[in-house]
Write a new protein. Structure first.
Length: 163
């Protein structure tokens, strides 16, 4: 009896482990993934060929006419692979992104001007900076900041301006 029970448990465990090996994966997921992998490989291959072609041309192994013809051929292959990848994606994500970018640019162009209080504060800070830039040491003429007690260049005491 124990032997039969152990055999049933072992057969159940083996069936549980082997089940994924005998079931076929959904075809459409596998095919789309394989096609995308193949197109990505074609794109990368074209990019590598262009990189090698540029290197060979810089070394002087190719003439200008051969270089131009081969580079155009590989660029065409890469562009075709990219178009096929976009078509395989099928979600139209590229168009959606472009629409969003266009909307953001339009919103930026029609954005209301900055708050007047902020602009006034910026103008005040710039004016105070310019006024402080006009402070100069009476002895050596070096500029100093309001609140400084001594000149940084000559060390003479600074007298604050009466306002």
């Amino acid at each position: 009896m124990e032997l039969v029970l152990a055999a049933i448990i072992v057969i159940g465990i083996i069936a549980f482990i082997a089940y994924p090996l005998f079931t076929a994966p959904p075809e459409e997921i596998g095919e789309a993934s394989d096609a995308l992998d193949g197109l990505s490989a074609q794109r990368d291959s074209a990019y590598d060929a262009i990189r090698d072609l540029d290197f060979d041309f810089q070394l002087g192994k190719l003439s200008q006419s051969d270089y131009a013809a081969l580079r155009e051929r590989y660029k065409t292959r890469a562009a075709l692979a990219l178009q096929q990848i976009d078509a395989l994606d099928g979600n139209g994500n590229g168009a959606k992104i472009e629409d969003q970018v266009a909307q953001l640019r339009a919103a930026k162009r029609t954005a209301p001007p900055a708050d007047d209080a902020v602009e006034r504060e910026i103008a005040r800070l710039r004016a105070s900076k310019n006024a402080a830039a006009g402070l100069r040491c009476a002895k050596c003429g070096a500029p100093y900041h309001a609140g400084d007690a001594f000149c940084a260049k000559c060390g003479s005491p600074l007298k604050p301006k009466d306002g």
